[in-house]
Design a protein around this ligand. Structure first.
Ligand code: ADP
Length: 229
């Protein structure tokens, strides 16, 4: 563990173990190994588990953001298959997308070479883009389109949605730590504003670039480009 004295890092680090222990005990209760539960008790434990997972996301976001800020964030760079990673993520998000009445479009491209990045961290980047694209939109049917393209010695990833987009005034701050638009806070009060800040560090430490554009009609497209291995 790097030596960082920043209070946020220390607090998040101290919270990690108790949260893990609480989760383990709740999972044991939920499994009914210690006795059966009635419907209401199971429902309450499901809520408890969801909130514990939210706490885990927050603490891990705070830890990563502190490491980025202290310039000691480290990646484990390896050859990564972005097609496979993207397909796994789409699969993982299929239930959530359905519950938001959202269609994820991805035409599996051929001949996308392996890129050089951290396999676990790039998964988190794509998951963040996809979950934001599903989440930040008005009610009604929505589309999210993901593309992967080879561009000379790089691979370009894009995730485009038809959601709320971002105003020019907020656009400058979108990759800043803890930044969230007022509209986003209304849609999801539980967000942290850390995802894009960490995404930027992951892409840049992999030797790539990250950016976004508001779409002509509505919504936003996030891009990153990574070097081929
Ligand atoms: P969080 O989603 O927890 O707020 P992020 O760092 O992932 O944190 O996003 C930061 C902010 O950027 C969001 O709160 C929202 O204001 C804006 N944002 C991100 N993705 C989108 C999107 N697809 N459409 C509109 N706004 C977005």
């Amino acid at each position: 563990m790097p030596k960082i004295s920043e209070p946020i890092y220390v607090a998040a680090h101290q919270l990690k173990s108790p949260i893990t222990i609480i989760k383990e005990y709740v999972q044991i209760l939920y499994s009914e190994d210690l006795g059966s539960l009635n419907k209401k008790q199971k429902e309450y434990l499901e809520d408890v588990l969801k909130n514990i997972e939210q706490m885990q996301r927050i603490t891990s976001g705070l830890l990563d953001a502190s490491l980025v800020e202290s310039r000691v964030y480290k990646l484990n760079i390896q050859p990564v298959d972005l097609v496979k990673t993207t397909m796994d993520i789409i699969d993982k998000f299929s239930i959530l997308a359905k519950s938001f009445n959202c269609n994820i479009i991805f035409s599996k491209p051929d001949n996308i070479p392996l890129v050089s990045t951290d396999p676990q961290k790039i998964r988190e980047v794509i998951e963040n883009f996809v979950s934001n694209a599903i989440k930040y939109r008005p009610a009604g049917h929505r589309n999210v389109e993901i593309k992967l393209q080879k561009k000379k010695d790089k691979v370009l990833f894009s995730c485009s949605d038809d959601g709320i987009g971002i105003s020019p005034k907020d656009a400058k701050k979108i990759f800043s730590k803890f930044f969230r638009t007022e509209e986003a806070v209304k849609i999801d009060p539980t967000g942290t504003g850390l995802g894009l800040y960490i995404n930027k560090a992951i892409i840049e430490l992999s030797g790539g670039k990250i950016w976004f554009k508001n779409n002509k009609n509505k919504g936003i497209t996030f891009y990153f480009i990574l070097p081929i291995i």
